[in-house]
Design a protein around this ligand. Structure first.
Ligand code: ATP
Ligand code: MG
Length: 385
């Protein structure tokens, strides 16, 4: 008898010729997350089984599995050699202190096992009832279920709890993305959403020291650390845009500050993508949330890019929907700490809501854009998180 965890994955994504690739990737991701607990992971048809860990770590392993994308659900289970009497005894002990309604649900992959699924459920269900007068059977809407999974290889798993994972695709299956990570609520959620869809997320943060504080940067490091629960290790590129902002402030009309600054951010992000083999830029923008997130602003900013794709997973989210996810993934409390972002430095009284590209280019022509970008790129700090 051994305690294990049965892990079910989002099979819908794993069909077709690439199935093996997805399964191997997910297996490696699970192994990576659980290795520090000494847990091993094996593949059985349609499932993974984590085993060999110290039982006192089960709670922490469960928390880890809740963060691994592509896991549909998982169940702490008891693994035993297939033998009717042992299965029966196990179910009796699992139900002896319970009360309320229950059912036994049997799955028999091993067709050489002499009883049908229905017979196993009925017999063992009856025995549990005889053993505990506080129980009643309800097959439609029971308070708890005992599942008996009789596998082909002479092994049976018995479990009662089903915990849901985050779903999605295995991290690493959908390319690499560079997340524009501010200290706000939205961008960490955007990073989580893309990791959930299988993107290996790296990050860039722009600061404006000394106008922005070391605490603001520290906050971003902590947010990146929280994201590693879902994304694995993150390379965080930290870029100063102080000189860029000073130049815009000095030479351009103040209402263009945010539009032009954001074009610099995107251009630097694109260069980082090309240098590091990232496939896309990810932002936490949401349509119409602020002046810089109107369709006109987003179009003018994005037009600075050559070919790099921009992913905006929150584009159609209301703020409350984003906050809800931020709370679930544990970034919300950090995000609302009050530190300034570089976007809030030199903030114009009236930022452009509908910038026109020709006017923006006219303002930008007053700057030595290439030199400013080169200067910013030559002073990037890379932090491995
Ligand atoms: P957030 O809550 O993520 O800060 P926001 O509502 O404050 O978003 P903006 O400040 O307009 O919106 O930023 C939009 C997006 O631009 C952010 O979600 C983020 O992806 C990116 N961004 C903004 N500021 C920075 C920064 N200092 N460094 C890196 N990316 C940034
Ligand atoms: Mg922000």
């Amino acid at each position: 008898m051994e305690k294990v965890i049965l892990i079910r994955y989002c099979e819908i994504h794993l069909k077709g010729k690439n199935r093996g690739f997805f399964e191997k990737l997910l297996e490696n991701n699970i192994k990576g997350e659980l290795s520090s607990f000494g847990a091993k992971v094996e593949k059985i048809p349609g499932r993974y089984v984590a085993f060999g860990y110290d039982e006192k770590n089960e709670g922490r392993i469960i928390e880890k599995l809740k963060c691994v994308s592509c896991i549909f659900s998982f169940s702490p289970a008891i693994k035993i050699k297939t033998n009717y009497e042992d299965i029966n005894q196990l179910c009796l002990s699992m139900s002896k202190d319970k009360s309320g309604t229950f059912k036994i649900e049997t799955n028999r992959a091993d067709k050489t096992f002499k009883m049908t699924s229905m017979q196993v459920s009925c017999e063992i269900g009856g025995n549990c009832l005889e053993n505990n007068s506080k129980l009643k059977v309800d097959v439609k809407n029971p308070d708890f279920v005992i599942n008996i999974d009789i596998r082909e290889n002479g092994i049976t798993y018995v479990f009662s709890e089903v915990i849901y994972g985050i779903g999605g695709m295995p991290v690493g299956s959908a390319g690499k993305g560079l997340l524009l990570l501010s200290g706000g609520i939205d961008s960490p959620v955007a990073g989580f959403m893309m990791a959930k869809r299988g993107v290996k997320v790296e990050a860039v943060h722009f600061h404006s020291f000394p106008y922005t504080s070391p605490e603001a940067k520290d906050k971003v490091l902590r947010l990146a650390k929280q994201l590693t629960n879902y994304c694995g290790h993150i390379n965080l590129h930290v870029v100063s845009v102080t000189k860029i902002q000073q130049a815009i402030h000095k030479y351009c009309h103040e209402s263009y500050m945010i539009t032009i600054l954001r074009r610099f951010m995107f251009k630097i992000a694109e260069k980082l993508c090309k240098q590091n083999g990232y496939d896309m830029i990810i932002t936490g923008e949401s349509l119409g949330q602020v002046a810089s997130q109107t369709i006109e602003s987003m179009t003018v900013v994005q037009s600075v890019l050559d070919t790099t794709a921009v992913m905006r997973p929150l584009v159609a989210f209301d703020k409350l929907e984003t906050i809800d996810i931020a709370k679930k993934i544990g970034t919300y409390k950090t995000s609302i700490e009050p530190f300034e972002d570089c976007c809030t430095v030199f903030l114009p009284d009236a930022p452009l809501i509908k910038p026109r590209l020709d006017k923006v280019l006219e303002q930008e022509s007053k700057l030595d854009v290439d030199a400013l970008i080169e200067e910013a790129m030559s002073n990037i700090e890379l932090i491995e998180i």
